[in-house]
Write a protein that binds this ligand. Structure first.
Ligand code: ZN
Length: 439
């Protein structure tokens, strides 16, 4: 419809279109649902276009007479109407805006833009939030394809990268400000604090590497999840991840710990992969009653490493030996376990491999209390730590041939943490709400 069509005319047209479709349906009884659906989708597309036209008419042009006062004290004159296209979740909104210009200071004014709080963006905050979500879950090109398939308005792949990086900086800024406020002033986390203190809370820490800025860099991942009397996950979880080094990780981790009321949880079990930074973080931030356990999956991986060094990969002797040692660990026969490892250090050929693993287990000796932990119904980490790394980082950031810019990797890792912590809908609401206030 043309630029001078009235809202009333568009509304009449919408009515006519719906009526026409209903008449067709009435006269074509016996149509399959599939056909009806296709036609209705087409109708919805046309109606969306009409609704956007009506909205543009209703918003007007912002014309406020032939002149406007300018900040410089002189007068800005009306020059012309200028078009601006904005992508919204409903579709493209084409606005015709009155444009004023002050010849004294060279400043222009577009009252409608100011009124709508447009700034320089050509997408609505809703489009930005949706772009962040799908790009957190899928590579950008796939993400835009997905929106196309679902019939949701979207930006180009290139634009999606710009949006993620730009909006992502803002999101990371909020994350870091919250962590700073907690670590410096003990200001409680402002967002998404869990409503209850969990009875039993597991905290997991691990690192994994991603190819960023031309090399492999470690991303540290922390997960919190409440568990039941049998050690089973209750379904909720909270995650943090960062490429920005251990100090930064610790601040983020400690902030997430406040969200989970870590200090007040009656039972806490810490499952880590054995690296020093994980245990240091546990020692500093977990309550004294925390049970520390070497993540069982990582322990088994180290046993396999030694078994393969001795018997080679795929050998049944290796499998048998690993099973025996795992059983000893689970049953608390630590003397026998360490004796079995030490035996191999006595043979020159296997000394190096055996000593390496012996050191690993000796360093973590106080964290091998699996038998007692199982008796108390605690999880011992049969894959949860590994799964957390894979879910948050691996599935999105470690696909074959992927190369990341470090900052983009940080943004995506954080957005995935929000999503997998079930915080997305609240995050989205805050994003939109802030954009409306800024306007
Ligand atoms: Zn001026």
């Amino acid at each position: 419809m043309g630029e001078h069509t009235t809202v009333e005319a568009i509304v009449a047209e919408i009515g006519a279109q719906v009526k026409g479709e209903c008449q067709w349906l009435r006269h074509s009884r016996g149509e399959r649902l599939a056909t009806v659906e296709v036609r209705l989708l087409e109708l919805v597309k046309r109606l969306r276009r009409l609704i956007l036209d009506a909205a543009a008419q209703a918003l007007g042009t912002g014309y406020a007479g032939s002149t406007l006062p300018c900040e410089c004290g002189a007068t800005a004159r009306f020059v012309s109407y200028r078009r601006r296209t904005l992508l919204t979740l409903v579709g493209e909104l084409v606005l015709r805006r009155a444009y004023y210009w002050c010849s004294r200071c060279g400043t222009s004014q577009v009252p409608l833009d100011e009124c709508l709080g447009l700034g320089g963006a050509s997408q609505s905050p809703g489009i930005v939030a949706t772009t962040l979500l799908v790009c957190a879950l899928h590579p950008n090109a796939q993400a835009m394809n997905l929106l196309e398939e679902l019939g949701i308005p979207h930006v180009s792949v290139k634009e999606s990268q710009r949006i993620v990086l730009e909006a992502g900086e803002e999101v990371l800024g909020d994350r870091d400000a919250e962590a700073r406020a907690w670590s410096q002033e003990h200001a409680d986390p402002t967002e998404d604090v869990r409503p209850r203190v969990p009875q039993r809370l597991a905290v997991l820490m691990d690192g994994t590497t991603v190819h960023t800025d031309g090399d492999w860099h470690e991303v540290k991942v922390g997960t919190f999840y409440p568990f039941d009397e049998a050690g089973g996950a209750l379904g909720e979880k909270g995650c943090v991840a960062t490429f920005e080094g251990v100090e930064h990780f610790r601040r983020l981790w400690d902030t997430e710990a406040q969200r989970w009321h870590l200090a007040r949880a009656p039972a806490v079990v810490a499952l880590c992969d054995g690296s020093t930074w994980t245990w240091n973080t546990v020692a500093e931030y977990c309550p004294p009653h925390t049970v520390q356990l070497l993540d069982f999956y990582h322990a088994a991986k180290h046993l396999w490493k030694l078994a393969h060094a001795i018997w080679g990969e795929g050998s049944s002797r290796a499998a048998e030996w690993v099973e025996t040692q795992k059983t000893r660990l689970l049953e608390g026969q630590l003397e026998e376990f360490f004796a079995a490892l030490r035996r191999w250090t006595e043979l020159e050929r296997y000394r190096q491999a055996a000593e390496e693993q012996l050191r690993y287990f000796e360093t973590n000796r106080a964290r091998l209390g699996y038998a007692e932990a199982l008796a108390r119904g605690y999880p011992i980490g049969s894959g949860m730590v590994e799964a957390a790394c894979k879910t948050i980082i691996g599935l999105r950031q470690k696909q074959p041939g992927m190369r990341w810019r470090r900052r983009m990797a940080e943004v995506i890792a954080h957005l995935r943490c929000i999503y997998f912590s079930d915080r997305w809908s609240r995050f989205r609401a805050r994003w939109i709400e802030r954009a409306s206030r800024a306007a």
